[in-house]
Design a protein around this ligand. Structure first.
Ligand code: 6PG
Length: 235
């Protein structure tokens, strides 16, 4: 499903509102909200809204944060997806305890992937669907999480998390595979900027082979897009 908005700010507000709604429902029905965070730059504005204007709208004590992917760097590295979420969301909220389930980018990649795979398998074994909401971005060639076009991890049917080498910097990544991404009640893609327009047109024009298109077919999903990203879509 495609939700067209005008600006990146509108996408951030719509995403934050969707997270608030999903959190309220999950906490009301199941006592906790399991949220998978996206990396990259786009989600930062959404995280900042949640930590400021909307901070009273969610009982943060009942939220568990997971990551869709991570770069194989330390948590303080500027490239770290965890660091971005920490700056924009975790620190402003002064989160305590084990509510943030970080991918250990600083460890040997295969060991870190195995550790997180074990954690995600346990979450899936505990409850299906395991996650209440999964946030994802999309690269300008159609990748999502760290699942790039042609990646063998797209064909994974057992492991929930894999160590992959990608054609981007830094190349070593940890990523949820389709096995984990399929275990979510809803997937929300946040896509802004004209650089994403070509890939988005492919996703909605039948480009079923793009990772973002394949992941979107794993379950209920919505694309929140701004006008520049939607500029190559049919009116
Ligand atoms: C990452 C992300 C990746 C990201 C897209 C879009 O670790 O980089 O998981 O999938 O969502 O590359 O990135 P931007 O939001 O920075 O455009």
């Amino acid at each position: 499903m495609l939700v067209r908005l005008r600006t990146p700010e509108a996408v951030a507000r719509a995403a934050a509102a969707a997270i608030v709604e999903s959190a309220f429902k999950a906490i009301h029905e199941r006592g906790e909200f399991r949220l998978v965070l996206a990396g990259g730059h786009t989600p930062r504005a959404t995280y900042e809204l949640l930590a400021t204007e909307l901070r009273e709208e969610i009982d943060w004590r009942r939220v568990i944060f997971y990551f869709s992917d991570e770069r194989c760097v330390g948590p303080d590295d500027p490239a770290s997806n965890y660091r971005m979420a920490k700056e924009a969301l975790f620190d402003p909220l002064k989160l305590q305890g084990g509510s943030v389930r970080r991918m250990a980018g600083e460890l040997a990649p295969d060991a870190a992937a195995a550790d997180y795979d074990a954690e995600i398998r346990a979450v899936i074994a505990d409850r299906q669907p395991a996650f209440d909401l999964t946030l994802l971005g999309m690269g300008d060639e159609g990748h999502t999480a760290s699942l790039f076009p042609g990646s063998v991890a797209l064909e994974e049917t057992t492991r929930t998390v894999a160590h992959v080498t990608v054609p981007a910097d830094p190349p070593d990544r940890l990523t949820m595979t389709p096995v984990a991404l399929a275990a979510s009640r809803q997937i929300l893609f946040l896509v802004t900027g004209k650089d994403k327009a070509k890939a988005l047109a492919k996703v909605f024009g039948g480009g079923d082979d793009l990772p973002a298109a394949r992941v979107a077919q794993l379950g209920p999903s919505r694309f929140l897009v701004d006008a520049p990203a939607a500029s190559k879509l049919p009116e």
